[in-house]
Design a protein around this ligand. Structure first.
Ligand code: KG4
Ligand code: ZN
Length: 337
């Protein structure tokens, strides 16, 4: 069995996966969302201290599997350095003490492999990754063969949902809140700009859209003055604009790329309106859409374990002295993940 650990942001998570069959035996997560909600976003120092308390608690709960664990995997990049460190230190201690191989896992590759939890791997595919930290399209051909085709020039999709919720005086994370409000809103009430609409660039940009929402809120008298119906209509109009933007840019990729499997992954891929739009898009271009079950969209250790099983088979392990924590490096189109 393989123990996997995730602590790149505000979720402490561990999972146990059977190495031979990739069967998920256990996965547990303690989310810190409530603790960060009053600050409207993740406070790194607080997150780090909470991981230091919660990760050992989770590990304690997996005690019965310890004798069967043959490898340890941990997210080592990208994320918040102070929170990644908590998971990496625990993985190092465990693997050193038990003399086990250590598998470093790139968090974004983990999101992509969330598609294959309890399932065989299907490659190649075009992965549209929309999370709190990243927005990108990746051509995935293998474990270590992932090429970034497009990225966001500023905010990520998840982040823009979080910021819009915050501007309306609502909690964190904003994605599920805005999605729920949008369900009962009029998406045509507010005219919002579709980012990069007339640009030939295959890239994403969300900060202009976020600012346009801010101006609408101000015009309505500010966060304290807006009505519940204003919030619903703003949410629906904002979500519609994001969907139009993502669809417009991704269409350009789908029209050219021969890969028949398209995947939507990352925390924001839990958004059902977005999923619906991607279903239609894939139908239009004769592609098959792959998504992960909702419980595996946001950060978890099961996806880290799923990637690690394949990495372990490919010999992609390292020693506990060599594992490096890489917080955030700028990822651009043309680069490899
Ligand atoms: O993948 P994830 O758990 O963490 C990162 O790796 O960043 O993604 C978290 C992000 C948050 O910004 C959250 O607001 C967003 O995913 N999110 C959503 C939805 N559920 C979570 N965004 C839009 N609609 C949702 N239903
Ligand atoms: Zn994530």
């Amino acid at each position: 069995m393989l123990l996997s650990i995730e602590s790149s942001c505000d979720d402490s998570a561990i999972a146990i996966t059977e190495i031979k069959t990739a069967k998920l035996i256990l996965h547990k997560k303690i989310s810190q969302e409530i603790k960060h909600a009053k600050y409207g976003g993740v406070v790194p120092e607080l997150a780090s201290r909470l991981h230091a308390v919660d990760l050992p608690k989770l590990l304690e709960g997996a005690k019965e599997y310890f004798p069967k664990i043959k490898a340890v995997a941990v997210t080592n990049e990208p994320g918040l350095a102070v929170t990644l460190n908590e998971g990496v230190m625990m993985a190092k201690a465990f693997s050193t003490f038990q003399k086990l191989p250590l598998v470093p896992v790139h968090h974004l590759k983990g999101h992509i492999y969330s598609l294959f939890i309890q399932k065989p791997v299907i490659l190649p595919l075009l992965a549209v990754l929309i999370s709190g930290g990243h927005t990108m399209v990746v051509r995935v051909k293998g474990l270590e063969d992932m090429e970034i085709l497009a990225t966001s020039m500023d905010d990520s999709v998840g982040e823009s949902f979080d910021k819009v919720a915050k501007m309306m005086g609502l909690g964190y994370p904003g994605g599920p809140i805005v999605e729920a409000l949008a369900r009962d809103g009029d998406a045509n009430r507010f005219e919002l700009p579709i980012p990069l609409r007339n640009s030939p660039l295959i890239a994403f940009s969300l900060s202009g859209l976020k600012n346009a929402v801010r101006l609408k809120i101000e015009a309505l008298g500010g966060a304290k003055e807006i009505s519940e119906q204003d919030r619903r209509d703003l949410s629906a109009s904002f979500q519609k604009a994001i969907i139009a933007h993502l669809s417009q840019k991704i269409k350009k990729i789908l029209a050219k790329d021969r890969i028949s499997n398209v995947a939507l992954v990352g925390g924001a891929s839990a958004n059902l309106a977005l999923r619906g739009a991607f279903e239609n898009l894939c139908k239009e271009y004769d592609k098959t859409l792959l998504t992960a079950p909702l419980e595996y969209c946001s950060d978890n250790a099961a996806m880290i374990g799923r990637y690690a099983i394949e990495a372990l088979k490919a010999g992609l392990t390292c020693s506990s002295q060599d594992i490096e924590v890489v917080a955030n490096r700028k990822l651009k189109a043309g680069m490899r993940l």
